[in-house]
Design a protein around this ligand. Structure first.
Ligand SMILES: Cc1cc2nc3c(=O)[nH]c(=O)nc-3n(C[C@H](O)[C@H](O)[C@H](O)COP(=O)(O)O)c2cc1C
Length: 156
């Protein structure tokens, strides 16, 4: 059974969680990115990222492994944008044809919208059996992140 983590992260939170998991579980790790970088200013990020996710847009991405077919199971990590998965994840699911291999998802957010995001993803990911919601430093749930991740990892 070969498994990999594929994630997107704009400001580093999802990256940190993905790296923690890949080290603990010894899984291959891939970071996808839009080919056109997101703007640096927060206001513009909110505008562009929020619009892309709201409307299910699929920006061109890079970083999908060429040998993606060798993996039996894939774990996806994504920030939550406008209550949904970040738009590069839409692209991953649309272009890489991996939806049926996704067994677990971890999300990072300001603290809200996890259920909405996961129920939205569940419509596309019929084999998803596990998810975990992680929260930013600014949220009181932040202190539970490692505990939640450890429990998540035990179940996948
Ligand atoms: C475009 C954009 C939209 C966002 N929308 C939400 C949201 O709807 N709900 C929420 O709780 N956090 C929202 N956030 C906050 C991020 O989900 C959160 O900061 C997350 O930890 C970022 O992950 P990253 O550091 O891996 O990019 C948004 C951030 C951005 C940039």
């Amino acid at each position: 059974m070969k498994r990999a983590i594929i994630y997107y992260s704009l400001s580093g939170n999802t990256k940190e969680a993905a790296e923690y998991m890949s080290q603990k579980l010894n899984l291959d790790l891939y970071r996808i990115e839009p080919t056109k970088p997101m703007p640096h200013k927060m206001g513009k990020q909110m505008l562009i990222g929020g619009m892309q996710s709201t409307f299910g847009m699929t920006p061109k991405i890079k970083g999908v492994p060429e040998n993606i077919d060798v993996y039996d199971e894939i774990i996806i990590g994504t920030p939550i944008w406008a209550g949904k998965a970040a738009s590069p994840i839409n692209s991953l699911l649309k272009y890489a044809d991996i939806a049926d291999k996704v067994v677990a998802v971890f999300t990072f957010s300001g603290g809200g919208d996890n259920e909405k995001c996961i129920s939205n993803l569940a419509k596309k990911l019929k084999n998803m059996r596990r998810s975990v919601a992680l929260a930013d430093k600014s949220n009181e749930a932040f202190s539970k992140n490692h505990e939640k991740l450890d429990e998540f990892m035990e179940g996948i």
